[in-house]
Design a protein around this ligand. Structure first.
Ligand code: SF4
Length: 334
């Protein structure tokens, strides 16, 4: 039997190279061998309270255009907007009735996010009570998203494994309390290549260091040309070490074996300068993004089709969700 996968993305802005290599390339691969549900997590975008209605609306369509342009195929994957399937909210409510708060309070990812957003200063119990329920409880909503389609697998990076553990615990508790309805979803661990931002920190829109997939080639070129390098190469004649160079992570992804050997040797002997070295990689990034841009242009000019993809996907997702909720309502008695 083909296993089911569920995954989503919050519509909070434009997608960047980190999203492409961290998630989207993997989704495109997975749709070939799994029954896939990929959703725009617009309710999740509300959990942090810092995203405007306009951003959510605009990003939803733009994000789906990005998905289609990288190769997600609505004939192979169900692509939908979370809020179009109200059953997710109902299942979230039912799961919230059986989820002990300590399971949520001890979740390290939620606390880390709350700290980053400035909602809390530390992991102390008193601090954690300052977190809104929506944020504290988003693993419960996430569980509803996953179990609604009885997904056996959830593609995640190592840092998101605690979330899936909560989903497994909720599924187990529900099945024990009522009847065996849900599988216990397993993480489908994804090797995520390191894609630092142009300043060398993790690529993130909030750090302002991201290379946006849809930005003009000249801007991509300019950003990558000034990307952080091994600090040992402060002067042109100073040798460096590619393993300590943020830009070299992109060489690893985009360049041929011969090019990697050439720039690695040139770096260690100071035979090439950083700009020349980066040019080798930038050429490939631009070529790759050019293919993406051509496809994106098509979808930008056919926005009605993009909206149809979401409507169609919503119908398919809802049909599956209705089936699940008939079983759930029956066993809980509502
Ligand atoms: S030469 Fe290349 S690999 Fe070496 S530090 Fe400069 S950009 Fe990085």
């Amino acid at each position: 039997m083909t296993e089911t996968i569920v995954s989503g993305f919050r519509p909070t802005g434009k997608l960047h190279l980190g999203h492409l290599h961290g998630t989207l390339t993997n989704w495109v691969r997975l749709q070939e061998s799994y029954r896939c549900f990929f959703f725009v997590a617009d309710w999740h975008a509300l959990t942090t309270g810092n995203v405007t209605a306009a951003t959510i609306r605009e990003s939803t369509e733009e994000m789906v255009i990005d998905w289609l342009s990288v190769g997600l195929d609505p004939a192979k994957s169900v692509i939908f907007r979370q809020s179009d399937v109200k059953e997710h909210a109902e299942l979230h409510l039912i799961f919230s009735m059986i989820t002990p708060t300590p399971w949520l309070i001890r979740n390290p990812t939620v606390k880390e996010q709350a700290r980053e957003l400035g909602f809390i200063q530390s992991d102390d119990e008193a601090e954690v009570t300052k977190i809104n329920y929506g944020l504290l409880g988003y693993p419960v909503l996430q569980t509803a998203d996953i179990l609604m389609y009885k997904a056996q697998r959830v593609p995640v990076g190592v840092d998101q494994v605690p979330h899936i553990e909560i989903s497994r615990e909720i599924a187990r508790r529900f099945n024990n309390m009522y009847r065996e309805i849900f599988p216990e979803p397993q993480p489908l661990l994804t090797e995520i290549p390191k894609i630092p931002g142009i300043d060398g920190r993790k690529m993130s829109k909030s750090y302002g260091n991201a290379v946006i997939l849809s930005e003009p080639p000249a801007d991509v070129d300019a950003k990558l040309s000034r990307m952080a390098t091994d600090p040992r190469r402060a002067r042109r004649r100073d040798p460096g070490e590619p393993a300590d160079c943020p830009a070299f992570n992109l060489h690893r992804l985009y360049c041929t074996a011969e090019e990697i050997e050439f720039v690695s040797k040139g770096c260690r002997t100071a035979d090439i300068g950083c700009l020349d070295c980066k040019k080798v990689m930038i050429r490939h990034v631009l070529e790759d993004l050019e293919k993406f841009r051509e496809k994106r242009l098509y979808w930008e000019q056919h926005r009605d089709e993009v909206r149809d993809v979401l409507v169609e996907g919503g119908h398919k997702a809802r049909a599956a969700a209705v089936e699940t909720m008939i079983e759930v309502r029956d066993v809980v008695g509502v």
